[in-house]
Design a protein around this ligand. Structure first.
Ligand code: N01
Length: 537
């Protein structure tokens, strides 16, 4: 393929310069020797961590595993400062990676891909950017993220508001001065739960407009112990082996004990200990069935409800904060720093918009069915058009001009979350139908990047030009992804996993619940069997 580069504009186009795009570029350009170009709409690298700069933004995977594993020296030289990495630190890390591997020279910044059309006659993707450039490429690889299409709800009167308004996923780079201001935050998902305690410290008054109360576990964030990190660095090989073969992409050994096998007293003591330790280990280190068995789950849900009632002083506010309509972990599990405590502050008011829905946004603030709230700033912590939204922002058309948006109109259809029939050589990094958002993302990203690079290398060795999912293999995979999700607690909540946050979006569970370890084995088996379920031509 490199030899034929003269007749092509490039061998591969990668969209996005976040965790996925950067590593993909490194593989394609530096290891496979292909001509590769990356298009990135931001003016720098970072993807999610470039855009999500809201107050308190931080990852809830622990630092030492929220990074690449592909380069031993990189692992040894980078020093994380905290238990959970904060947005500026992750962004510095990705900048460091871009510099260290000299990646920037192959990236076009401030450039969005507006369309990508497959040219059947030439077996090329014709990619058009917002700069008007048209480039032909054999491969089109998406590193566009699962949560990069922000959604601001279409609330009547939104455009009338005279104050400032921001979405958490498009936070101004220069920051926002909230000192002394009256701020309204709509939304209490990960972004809301992280930003609310920080905004409360600056704002004169904070009104939180809550639709669904959340279960959240204390993160117990702090500086990271140097001795701990030294130990990690000495044992990284084993840590990554565990992470890559686990369910969630983290090297935690799940405890083998049912919540229903112990007395209530013992159970609560286990939960209390896990609560004090904090983080997602609350789930993994307590019992093995709280994410599977509804009765076991109810014990954990009830423990968290009791904590909310204990922490929040005002019983009426506490009751509004207690989730009752969905089980713990059926929506994305959250960890927080001082979230429930924040409602004990005099300057913070919880507005229950299930009880009194938002009717409109006015020139001066938010009007609910019960009251008017005068605001200087509205923060939309209202989430994303997840997983399919980033794809639909680009006019992607496969064979015979079929639009991806049309093909996926009843929900995403992929084989392994990597490929979709009718779109040859379109390869998706952490696409719908792969574990992606149910895992520690860098682990899933690396697995896809390496699988894609190996696939391209094999194609080159075999003289193959195109790879495409077989329609039957795709249908079987879609059915498998759905069948795996059906019995889980995930089906019991209105979540973005199901597209429930976007009016009119088909209700389909989009990520793969089978776990990263089992999924990796499946991908490797497919490759070893001569790319079973794919058509290589
Ligand atoms: O978005 P969300 P997010 N009127 O969709 C509410 C990742 N992430 O940005 O629950 C009123 O979770 C909505 O209410 P409801 C992570 O994977 C990770 O917080 O739909 N309210 C909900 O409360 C996460 O899951 C990290 O009833 C409306 C909130 O807005 C994902 O990104 C940090 C509304 C949206 O919550 C998304 O998180 C941040 C409306 N019309 C994000 N529409 C970390 O790693 C929506 N809401 C820590």
């Amino acid at each position: 393929m490199t030899n034929s580069a003269k007749s092509l504009d490039c061998d591969a186009i990668v969209i996005g310069a976040g965790f996925a795009g950067l590593y993909m570029l490194r593989k394609l350009r530096d290891e496979l020797g292909l001509t590769a170009r990356v298009f990135e709409r931001g003016d720098n690298v970072g993807g999610t961590w470039y855009w999500n700069r809201y107050p308190g933004a931080r990852c809830d995977s622990e630092s030492y595993i929220y990074c690449y594993s592909f380069d031993r020296e990189l692992l040894q030289e980078w020093e994380w400062s905290g238990k959970y990495p904060e947005q500026p630190e992750i962004l510095s890390y990705l900048n460091h990676v871009a510099d260290r591997f000299d990646l920037r020279r192959s990236i076009d910044f401030n450039t969005s891909v507006v369309s990508a059309h497959y040219d059947d006659a030439r077996d090329r993707w014709e990619v058009t950017t917002d700069k008007g450039e048209v480039i032909a490429s054999r491969f089109l690889i998406t590193g566009i993220g699962c949560l990069s299409a922000g959604q601001v709800p279409d609330i009547q009167g939104r455009e009338l508001f005279k104050g400032e308004s921001y979405h958490t996923g498009a936070w101004p780079h220069e920051g926002v001065d909230l000192q002394g201001k009256r701020v309204g935050v709509i939304g209490t998902g990960s972004s809301g739960v992280q930003s609310i305690p920080v905004i409360a410290r600056d704002a004169a008054q904070l009104f939180v407009f809550q639709r669904t109360p959340q279960y959240t576990i204390p993160a117990r964030h702090g500086t990271v112990d140097k001795a701990f990190l030294d130990n990690v660095k000495a044992n990284y090989d084993e840590i990554w082996r565990e992470a890559k073969t686990s369910a969630g992409g983290a090297p935690y050994t799940p405890i083998d004990r049912s919540a229903l096998s112990v007395s209530e007293e013992e159970r609560n003591a286990v939960y209390e200990d896990a609560w004090q330790q904090g983080g997602f280990k609350f789930v993994l280190a307590s019992f093995n069935d709280i994410v599977i068995d509804p009765r076991a789950n109810e014990t954990a849900s009830e423990f968290i409800r009791s904590k909310i009632r204990e922490i929040v002083n005002d019983p009426v506010t506490a009751e509004k904060l207690v989730p009752k309509d969905h089980p713990f972990t059926s929506k994305r599990a959250l960890i927080d720093t001082d979230y429930f405590d924040t409602y004990n502050r005099d300057n913070v008011t919880l507005v229950d918009i299930r009880e009194s829905p938002i009717q409109e946004i006015t020139e001066t603030g938010i009007r609910t069915a019960a009251a008017d709230y005068d605001l200087d700033v509205i923060v939309f912590a209202t989430g994303f058009d997840a997983m399919t939204g980033p794809y639909f922002k680009i006019d992607i058309r496969g064979k015979d001009g079929v639009a991806l948006k049309e093909k996926w109109s009843a929900g995403p259809r992929t084989y392994l979350g990597i490929s979709t029939a009718g779109f040859p050589n379109l390869l998706m990094i952490t696409g719908p139908g792969s574990p992606s958002v149910l895992s520690n993302m860098p682990v899933s990203i690396e697995q896809h990047v390496e699988w894609i690079a190996d696939t391209i290398s094999t194609m080159r060795a075999q003289g193959k030009q195109t790879i495409e999912a077989d329609a039957q293999a795709e249908a079987d995979w879609v059915e498998h992804v759905n069948a795996m999700a059906q019995p889980t607690l995930f089906m019991q909540a209105d979540s973005w996993y199901l597209g429930a946050n976007i009016p009119g979006k088909p209700r389909v569970f989009m990520p793969y619940v089978g776990g990263v370890g089992a999924y990796r084995i499946k991908c490797d088996e497919v490759a070893a069997a001569g790319y079973e379920g794919f058509v290589l031509a």
